[in-house]
Every structure is written in structure tokens, then in C-alpha cells.
Design a protein around this ligand. Sequence first.
Ligand code: GTP
Ligand code: MG
Length: 195
Amino acid sequence: MIIKSAEFITSAVKQSQYPPEVLPEIAFAGRSNVGKSSLINTLINRKRLVKTSSTPGRTQLINFFDINNNLTFVDLPGYGYAKVPAAVRKKWGPMIETYLSSRKTLKGVVIILDIRRQPREEEQNLIHWLAHYSIASILVLTKTDKLSKTKVARQQDAIVRALAMEKENALLFSAKTRRGKDAVWNAILSLTAPK
Ligand code: GTP
Ligand code: MG
């Protein structure tokens, strides 16, 4: 994928702030600090277009990015971080759910999991919820650079078993080494290609 341009469009907390529904859109969802923003930056070859941080829960808005004027990426706020104030945490569910259920141009959701962690209730719920609404999803297992080759394979097996899915559908990725970048792009493009 050749990136000619990648630009921040806007941040939103509510529907009236979303940009117009024009281009096909891909959203990125996952636990806070899992590496959503880093994955987007790696895909678009930018170091810091999307803010990353060592403080979990940094992204608390829905951030829209224009890619090559023909695709929109959406960085969703991370869930599951206990230290975020309760008032903020309470808004996350409805904020994400409103976006996912209303967005007509949404072509699919990239669900990002840390390869070192087993999926928990939040991931199971998100996956079931997307399936229920017939929203396509791509599963990316990130931070693979933090484990040995053997452990990566073992964890990939354990995660797909927990989620009752096929191994080929859990893509191995690392923002540090850029492993899996092409595979993730291919999966995204197959969802956004005109049908
Ligand atoms: P929130 O926006 O806070 O929910 O976090 P996020 O999911 O966007 O994560 P972010 O991309 O900000 O990354 C969190 C931390 O993990 C940062 O310190 C990143 O450098 C690190 N990180 C992300 N991806 C990888 C990876 O593949 N390998 C390694 N080693 N570190 C990573
Ligand atoms: Mg982020």
C-alpha cells in the first residue's frame, strides 16, 4: 500500500461531530495501551500522526484520519483501563456502541489483542456484538516482538481457541518490527474493496 497522504480529520465524542459518511471506513478497537495508535502509525508509515503514549487510556476521543483521500481510519478509545475516572469510563461503552451501530460507511473493525494476554470478557463481548450486527472484523495479535517464536505460536493457538476462531484469521503483528504490516493491509483492503 503506497501512502500518498495521511491526515488527521477530527475528534468526536458524539455523532453530530463525526465527519460526513463518504469514504469507506475501518475502525481500530482494543484494550487501552494495547497498541491501537501504534498499529495505525505503522500501517501508514508515520511515526507520530496518531498520538501514542506509555500512559494507558490516553485516547479518549474517537479520532478520524484520512488516508490517501480514499479511506478513513478511526482510532477508537481503548477500554478496560481501571485508572481512568469512572465518569469517563461510563461514557466509553455508549460512545463506541453509538459509533459502531450508526456508521453507514464502516466496512470493518480491526480488533487488537496483546499476544501475551488471553482475551477477556470485553473482547468476547465486542466480537459477539460485531457478529450480531454483521460488522466484519479482523483480529490482530500485536507486540509479538515481546515473545519468543515458540511462545508466539503457543499464544496464537490459545487465543484462537478461546475465541473459537481459525488460526489464519488471527494476524501476527508488531509495531516495533513491522511484522505483519502487509497482511493487515491486505485484510483491510479486502474489506474496503468495492463489491
Ligand atoms: P490508548 O490510546 O491509551 O488506548 O493506547 P493504544 O492502544 O493506542 O496504544 P499505543 O499505540 O499508544 O501503545 C501503547 C504502548 O505500547 C506504547 O509505549 C507503544 O510504544 C507500545 N507498543 C505498541 N505496539 C507495540 C509493539 O508491537 N511492540 C512493542 N514492543 N511495543 C508496542
Ligand atoms: Mg491510542
